[in-house]
Structure formats: structure tokens, C-alpha cells
Design a protein around this ligand. Structure first.
Ligand code: SF4
Length: 463
């Protein structure tokens, strides 16, 4: 899993909640949620929003209008932690102007340091561990007597449905990758019961969600802690026939646990998308050993071969850390060779930076920054060429797209293989499953033209 993104390749931007309120809600107490980090945090922020809505609060148009602010923090990199601490500091002014404001902190910074953080930042009214949403019930009655303590609440309810949703299925991590802080902050692995996840998926699918992404630090370790043979494949089969659900994805896999049973389940189940996110981190065995990744570069090569043997059209994404302690030029060249050999569709690359509290933070961070930067650029250049080759091959192909929003004045969606596609259309296509012919490829996204839309005659396309 990535040092930069313990769950998923794309960092969630800092997000203040957007307005969904109406004039009738003006008297209601309001909340605002600020989120950084991985998809796990994004998913938990959605659950917090759902819990607030359930308790009668409404989303604030602006952070300044909120009666309660929740900061959902990330510490995977020092820069992320600095940003969270800066945000806490910046809220002091708002709290002075509005003494009734309640501020709560959760996420990875909050783990195991509640008392220390409360002492350090008197502006905070509450610090609670990730997932302990019930804790918010301690401060809500202070805002308004009528706001009763939150019930234990895991399933999003009463929230405006979006097309896609993240569903955490396993939290924590039992590995000890030498550069990673996550096991120290998120604790041991804990899988959620199949029935509980299936109920959540059924509920959000009924509310309009068509694609779910199952989340875990090592998602393919799902069920190991039950010790009864339950695994991620079991879960895929269990939720596959959920009415209204069209697609299932999962993030992030670990090369040591992705097995043939899982790959065969993905290949066999029509709703399981053939997109595999499998971070390798380095292509050099000695670096992998010091990273404590428990596999060798050739194991990874074999695994990619197995994925493609079972699913020839699978798209594959990986993560790389460049400039890990002691990484020589020759070792870095092994990483480039591996990337060339496995030819992933996407490579997310991060420059190593030590994280206090991890094993590697005790070792010398001896690769100079300009060398790290040059290696970062070399990976990006190589991947740009490989991605171009992959995407060029798609021009002229018909692909299925789930439209999930707009960007740059165009409709935007993802293929089953998670390729980003833009297209023009004057009709409202949000949430629709469309078919499209790819007309143009870049290394980062595709452009296409509509050829069919579910439930519409072909002549209706492109109006
Ligand atoms: S310790 Fe766990 S979360 Fe961190 S990189 Fe390794 S597998 Fe991923």
C-alpha cells in the first residue's frame, strides 16, 4: 500500500462540505466536515454527515456558519499532519468569534492521543478515534437540548444519494511496512461482518448508489480475522446480487494476499470490475526487504501475469516509493525495469520521507532530495509512455461508462477499468450508465462520443 495513500491512489482534496440546505433549514443547527487523506476518511466523513443529518443537523453553506465542525485528519505524511495542526490553529479565531461553536477532531491524528491533543489544543471540544462516531453524541446536546445523543450509527441514511460510494469493510493493518505509520494509528485488522456490509450496500443501492468501492488498508485480508474461511471473494458473492447495484470495486490489495480464488471471483462476477490496485513500492528485492513488504520483485511479476491470464482486459494500478533509505541508482533501475515489465495502466509515485514513529525513521534518509526528484520524474516519464500505449489501444473501442459528474464543462465518468472519460452532451447524464466510442486518448484520460444510453433509443443519443 502506498506511503502517500494508504487506501487509494488519489488523495481526497481538503473538502469543506457543500450546501444542501434549504430556507426551511435555517433554524436547524449546522455542521461542517473538513476531510483530508484517503478514501477511508472520505467514507467515514460521509458516515459522520449521515449521523448528523439523522440527528437533525443540516450541512452549513460555509464553515463560518457551522455550529459544529469535524476535522477528519490524516498523518500518513508529515505534511498532512502539519496541515491538520495548521487547520486546528486557524479555527481558534472562529471559536473566539463564536464561543458556542463545537470543534471535534477524528481520523489518524486522533488515534491514541486524545488527552494529549485536548491539552495541546484547548479549541477542541472532542477528540475521537476513527469510527467512534457515537462519541459525537457527547457534544451535540451542548448545542441544543433537543439534539439527542447519536445512536450507534454505521449505515448512511437520509443523505442525498450519489452515484458511487466507499464502504469500509476492514480497518487497521497487521503488517509492519517499515515506512508506514498506519498500523500504529489504526491498530489491528478488524473486518466488518458480511451481513452488516451487505445491509449497508443494499441500503445505499436503494438510495441510488450504483457503484461501491470496498475499502481496506489491505482489502484482500478481509475476513482473515474471522478464522472461518470468510474472505473477500465470499463478500463479493454475498453482495453481488444487491438490487440496484451495478459495479463493485475494492481497494487496496497487497501482493502477498491477492490469491487465485479472489481473481476468479472478479472474473466470474459480472458486477465486479476488472480493475486491480496492487502497490509494489519498489522493483528491487533488497529495498523490498528493508521495506518489509514480504515479497520479491519476481513474485510481483508472476502475480501480474496471473491477473492477466485470468482477466486479459484487467487494468492494473500500482504505487512506487522512490528514494527509500539507502536506495542506490542500481536499485532504482530495478524499479524502472519492473515497471516496464509489468506495464501497469497507472503508477502513483511518491518520494520517500521519514515518518516519526516508524522503523525507517530511525534509519538515515540518505538519498538527496534532488536525486529523489529525478527518480520521481523518471518514473513519471516512463509511466506516461506506458499509459499512452495502453490508452491509444482503446481509441475506437466501445466502452461502458458510469457518469459520476462534470468537469471542464463536460460529462465525466469511469469505465469498468477505472479509466476517466470525458464527453459532451446537452442532456443530464448524471448517474446514467452509457456506452461510448473512444475518440481520443491522453496518458491521463480519454475522450469519447456517446453511442448508447441505458433505457434510451440509440437515436436519442447525443441530443
Ligand atoms: S503497514 Fe499496512 S497500511 Fe502501511 S503500507 Fe504496509 S500494508 Fe499498507
Amino acid at each position: 500500500m502506498s506511503i502517500a495513500t494508504p487506501i487509494m491512489p488519489i488523495w481526497a482534496p481538503d473538502t469543506d462540505t457543500t450546501d444542501t440546505g434549504t430556507e426551511a433549514d435555517d433554524d436547524a443547527k449546522k455542521y461542517s466536515i473538513w476531510t483530508i487523506g484517503c478514501q477511508m476518511n472520505v467514507a467515514e466523513s460521509s458516515q459522520i454527515a449521515a449521523a448528523f443529518q439523522h440527528a437533525g443537523l443540516r450541512e452549513a453553506k460555509r464553515e463560518e456558519d457551522a455550529d459544529v465542525i469535524v476535522l477528519n485528519s490524516c498523518v500518513v505524511r508529515q505534511a498532512a499532519e502539519d496541515k491538520v495542526r495548521g487547520k486546528i490553529g486557524a479555527l481558534q479565531r472562529l471559536k473566539r468569534a463564536k464561543p458556542g461553536l463545537k470543534i471535534a477532531l477524528t481520523g489518524c491524528l486522533a488515534t491514541k492521543h486524545e488527552d494529549e491533543l485536548m491539552r495541546q489544543y484547548p479549541v477542541l471540544d472532542l477528540v475521537f478515534e476513527p469510527g467512534a462516531i457515537d462519541e459525537l453524541g457527547r457534544i451535540l446536546p451542548e448545542l441544543d437540548d433537543d439534539l439527542v445523543a447519536l445512536p450507534h450509527y454505521y449505515l448512511p441514511e437520509d443523505t442525498a444519494p450519489s452515484v458511487t460510494a466507499f464502504v469500509p469493510i476492514i480497518t487497521g493493518c497487521n503488517k509492519v511496512c517499515s515506512y508506514c505509520i498506519v498500523p500504529y494509528r489504526r491498530g489491528k485488522e478488524r473486518s466488518r461482518p458480511v451481513a452488516e456490509i451487505a445491509a449497508e450496500v443494499a441500503r445505499i443501492a436503494e438510495a441510488g448508489v450504483r457503484e461501491v468501492t470496498l475499502l481496506g488498508q489491505i482489502v484482500d485480508r478481509y475476513g482473515y480475522d474471522f478464522k472461518d474461511g470468510t474472505d473477500l471473494a465470499t463478500l463479493l458473492y454475498a453482495i453481488h446480487d444487491t438490487p440496484g447495484l451495478d459495479r463493485i470495486r475494492f481497494l487496496t490489495s497487497h501482493p502477498a494476499y491477492m490469491d487465485e480464488r479472489l481473481l476468479r471471483a472478479v472474473a466470474e462476477l459480472p458486477k465486479a470490475c476488472e480493475h486491480i490496485n496492487l502497490p509494489v513500492q519498489s522493483g528491487d528485492d533488497e529495498v523490498l526487504r528493508r521495506m518489509r513488504r514480504n515479497y520479491a520483485a519476481n513474485d510481483y511479476r508472476r502475480q501480474i501475469g496471473e491477473i492477466r491470464a485470468i482477466m486479459p482486459d484487467a487494468t492494473i494500478a500500482t504505487d512506487i516509493i522512490v528514494g527509500f533509505c539507502g536506495e542506490t541508482d542500481a536499485q532504482f533501475q530495478n524499479t524502472l525495469r519492473l515497471l516496464e515489465d509489468v506495464s501497469c495502466d497507472v503508477t502513483h509515485v511518491a518520494m520517500y520521507s521519514p515518518r516519526k514513529g516508524t522503523a525507517s525513521a530511525r534509519w538515515e534518509d540518505d538519498v538527496p532530495r534532488d536525486v529523489k526528484l529525478a527518480r520521481h520524474q523518471a518514473v513519471e516519464r516512463l509511466q506516461e509512455r506506458i499509459s499512452t500505449e495502453h490508452n491509444d489501444r482503446l481509441v475506437g473501442r466501445e466502452m461502458e461508462l458510469l457518469v459520476d459528474g462534470q468537469g471542464h464543462g463536460r460529462w465525466r465518468g469511469r469505465t469498468r477499468g477505472n479509466k476517466l472519460v470525458f464527453f459532451d452532451d446537452t442532456a443530464d447524464r448524471l448517474g446514467q450508465m452509457v456506452h461510448m466510442r473512444v475518440t481520443e486518448a491522453t496518458p491521463w484520460f480519454l475522450r469519447g462520443e456517446l453511442t448508447a444510453v441505458e433505457g434510451e433509443p440509440v437515436s436519442g443519443v447525443g441530443n
